[in-house]
Design a protein around this ligand. Structure first.
Ligand code: NAG
Ligand code: NAG
Ligand code: NAG
Ligand code: NAG
Length: 420
């Protein structure tokens, strides 16, 4: 701290206090890269994911919060600059028995034919809309309920709302504490013998058994890889910084309500390389980026392939730290560049796999936790900004989020990856 006499002397020498505050030519102006375009404002429910179809339709999802406001629908479609509507219908978003399991309300609903709590919505290369249902609603603002089979599932809809696929995951793939977080598709018939392609899903479970889930879209079989490994789990004692302020969550639920804790969320953001050969992922509660060749993930661990799980772990590559931020979402464009959300930098970082290099892409003080990224066919990158760390469940019950939440877009040099 400068003493008063020195400050006064400097100020007099410079002819006023302005000299003390204004001499600096290098400072953080908070912005970088292309200007943001505001695509949508959310004034009602709280969004996490979004995805854009080739006709410009924007789909979004809203994790269910029982006893709070977020219970009208968990998947929606944008209907105007400031409004959304249920997708595929209000009815599909309202399980008749409620969001909780009627026989044991400590668990989420087991209803396989309705959406319980969707964490991610993705429009695939055939313009179909997939909803990834965790089956884990947030209860009373504090507790994310465990699941029973029927809740966790991947549901496919045509844009007209007709359901064409419903992969309900067995308990051997989706554990009661699994949190299905994000999904990418490779629809090439050559990926698996059944010829319908594959879905790769991150399990970001806060409770530690995080990993990668693979679904054979032809047979509906599913299996896990890189289960409970350091690659898919958060760092112990992870501490992050938003808007220049250190953040340590204070949870209301277990294990120690009301005390400072850490984010523990595991593998969350996920991206497929433009050629489908690698799956990129990062635990939310770490700044580490990994990739694994998909050829290892496509092998189902079984008696016939007893070393498949170990082989996928051994093939996982650590690519380095992501430049001063953890990430909640990532996405590839057709040129192979991977865009990685950087909540600690109010921005988005680019990773060039061919160069093994990170580069700045965009920063703006309005980017308050970029949650999910989506490349659209119009060569623009869309993303949500949702103030994730300000929610009551991480702040001792106090709501610090302020509406509206937003969808932004920025121009990029290539379009959506089409693996069909
Ligand atoms: C802010 O700083 C960045 C990076 O130093 C620079 O590229 C950009 O042009 C600056 N923007 C303004 C408005 O000065
Ligand atoms: C929360 O919701 C459940 C299920 O809808 C209901 O039974 C319960 O009374 C509600 N609790 C509060 C505190 O509102
Ligand atoms: C919905 O779209 C699918 C795929 O384009 C089509 O096969 C189906 O007939 C449509 N259903 C309705 C009710 O329009
Ligand atoms: C959390 O909230 C409880 C109940 O309002 C309060 O007693 C406690 O002091 C708070 N904890 C912190 C660390 O602010």
């Amino acid at each position: 701290m400068m003493n008063v006499a020195l400050a006064t002397a400097l100020s007099l020498a410079a002819g006023g206090l302005a000299w003390l505050t204004d001499p600096f030519q290098v400072y953080d102006n908070g912005t970088y890269g292309p200007p943001l375009q505001v695509e949508h404002l959310f004034y009602d429910q709280w969004p996490t994911g979004l995805s854009v179809a080739s006709n410009g339709a924007i789909y979004a999802n809203f994790p269910t919060a029982v006893n709070q406001t977020n219970t009208q629908y968990t998947v929606g479609v944008v209907t105007s600059y400031t409004t959304e509507a249920a997708f595929p219908s209000v009815e599909y978003n309202q399980p008749p028995g409620g969001f909780l399991n009627p026989s044991n309300p400590a668990f989420g609903s087991a209803d396989p034919d309705h959406l319980i709590s969707v964490q991610s919505v993705v429009v695939d290369a055939l313009d179909r809309v997939w909803a990834l249902d965790t089956g884990r609603p947030l209860y009373n603002g504090a507790q994310v309920l465990a699941t029973v089979p029927g809740g966790p599932k991947l549901v496919g809809f045509y844009q007209n709302g007709t359901r064409f696929a419903n992969y309900v995951l067995p308990i051997t793939t989706a554990y009661p504490d699994t949190y299905l977080n994000d999904v990418r598709f490779d629809l090439r018939p050559s990926t698996l013998p059944s010829g319908q392609g594959v879905a790769y899903i991150t399990d970001s479970s806060d409770e530690g058994r995080s990993g990668i889930i693979v679904i054979d879209l032809g047979t509906g079989n599913s299996w896990r890889h890189i289960d409970s490994q350091p690659y898919t789990r958060g760092d112990q004692g992870f501490i992050s910084t938003y808007d220049g302020q250190v953040f340590q969550p204070i949870r209301q639920g277990n294990p120690n309500p009301g005390t400072y804790s850490h984010l523990t969320t595991g593998s969350d953001g996920i991206a497929l390389s433009a050629d489908g050969a690698y799956l990129y992922f990062s635990p939310l509660s770490s700044r580490r980026l990994y990739r694994v060749p998909t050829s290892y993930l496509l092998v189902q661990p079984s008696g016939a392939n007893p070393n498949a799980a170990n082989a996928a772990i051994a093939a996982t590559q650590y690519l380095g730290e992501m430049g001063g931020s953890h990430a909640d979402g990532m996405e590839t464009d057709a040129s192979g560049v991977i865009y990685i959300g950087a909540p600690e930098q109010d921005g988005i970082t680019m990773y060039h796999p061919d160069l093994g290099m990170w580069m700045p892409f965009v920063r703006d003080p309005r980017i308050q936790w970029p949650d999910t990224l989506s490349v659209a066919t119009n060569n623009r990158l869309y993303f949500t900004s949702n103030q994730y760390w300000l929610q009551p469940s991480l702040n001792n019950g106090t709501e610090y989020r302020v509406r509206p939440w937003g969808i932004f877009s920025v121009p990029i040099s290539a379009g959506k990856v089409i693996l069909t």
